[in-house]
Design a protein around this ligand. Structure first.
Ligand code: F3S
Length: 376
């Protein structure tokens, strides 16, 4: 990969900046990138102490670097204010705070959310280095921004250097769809994403019978990226780049997606993977209002503090009705959910990862069924 004189100098410094440059050069060489290009925004995953452990924390500390572009970070393992309500141990809390202090010292914004696009919305053509798979697929598909599916480490290296190797989805021609998915049912998009992610490779273009809401596109993308290596999709007549390419020859037809039932009785209902938008919180509020009294089961929802602060009156109402609203964390990256036996969720991504990462059973229902099952 070609490096400018300035980039070569960074490589020779022998410090944390050199390590970051080495990571980008190795990545560029593997994928045949010609050069580095500047990015507008980096978003880093791998923030929960549960995921990175002592080794990850020590590595972060050893770098001794500062970010050179706007950098946001993914959820941590706990709500910074309400960790006691998540039944977390103090040792874990201390370590998590240490991780966050290191990110702060590097100049990260402690956004602690997987929906950075609700805070800083990239525009079409912006080059990013994002490492949260659900955010990557949303940025590429729904916003028309350009990012590869980075790892936490490569996104961090890009945040430090302010650049990313020019390959993959940063190049327009690589964003062409390779399979048409003709969806003939009015099916649940979280489940559709899980199914399609498993059976295809590359970039699907969907044909739907109706207009798909933004929140449904978010759920579709998160699910696609959880069961498959998908980093982008198109939707005919909807997403910004759907008409920029030829229609692919390969086609699959979906007539029906069955709800997935597992044989377990949930002891936790959890919504907010990816973090809930304001509209999704209002949707939950509307359903809760149909019932009297408090939730009869443990019921947690997850959002960013950014969205939380926009709907504090709604959140107070939900809390009074027995729902715990957490921010800065999520059901998958926090060890808190390991204490439960079976979690009911409306998220295809959580359905995929809760059993793998938290070793807890998960059962899928749509938002209405999740909320109403808590109050019946
Ligand atoms: Fe976000 Fe956690 Fe799900 S980071 S996409 S809520 S696994």
């Amino acid at each position: 990969m070609f490096l400018s004189k300035e980039e070569e100098k960074i490589l020779e410094r022998g410090d944390g900046y050199s390590k970051c440059m080495e990571i980008l050069v190795a990545l560029g060489d593997i994928f045949g990138a010609e050069r580095l290009i500047p990015i507008k925004h980096a978003h880093i995953s791998g923030v929960s102490y549960k995921n990175i452990g002592e080794e990850g924390l020590e590595w972060l500390k050893s770098l001794n670097v500062r970010f050179s572009v706007k950098t946001t970070i993914n959820p941590s393992g706990m709500d910074l204010e309400r960790w006691k309500d998540m039944y977390l141990e103090e040792d874990f809390v201390r370590k998590q705070i240490e991780v966050l202090k290191v990110f702060k010292s590097m100049d990260a914004e402690l956004t602690l959310t997987c929906t950075p696009y609700y805070i800083y919305k990239p525009i079409k053509g912006d080059h990013l280095a994002w490492s949260e798979s659900s955010a990557v697929v949303y940025a590429n598909s729904v916003l028309g921004a350009m990012t590869n599916r980075e790892s936490g480490i490569s996104a961090l290296a890009s945040a430090v250097i302010g650049k990313t190797p020019y390959y993959g989805l940063h190049i327009k021609e690589n964003r062409a769809p390779n399979v048409l998915v003709d969806v003939r049912c009015d099916c649940d998009l979280s489940l559709l994403g899980c199914y399609v992610g498993e059976i295809i490779e590359g970039i699907p273009i969907f044909k739907f019978k109706r207009k798909i809401r933004d929140e449904e596109l978010k759920a579709l993308g998160a699910s696609l990226a959880s069961t498959g290596n998908v980093a982008m999709f198109h939707v005919i007549d909807q997403t910004p780049e759907w008409n920029d390419f030829e229609m692919p020859k390969e086609k699959i037809v979906i007539d029906n997606i069955k709800e997935i039932y597992f044989d377990c009785e949930p002891d936790l209902i959890a919504l907010g993977c990816p973090h809930l938008s304001k509209e999704e919180i209002l949707e939950i509020f509307d359903i809760v209002r149909r019932y009297d009294g408090k939730a009869k089961k443990e019921f947690w929802i997850f959002t960013s503090k950014h969205v939380y602060n926009e709907v504090t009156d709604i959140i107070e109402f939900l809390e009074r009705r027995g729902i715990k609203v957490f921010k800065d964390t999520c059901m998958v990256v926090s060890p808190a959910t390991e204490k439960f036996r079976c979690i009911m969720t409306n998220s295809g991504k959580a359905l995929t990862y809760l059993p793998k990462l938290r070793r807890v059973k998960a059962v899928y229902r749509d938002t209405f069924k999740c909320v109403s099952s808590a109050f019946r």
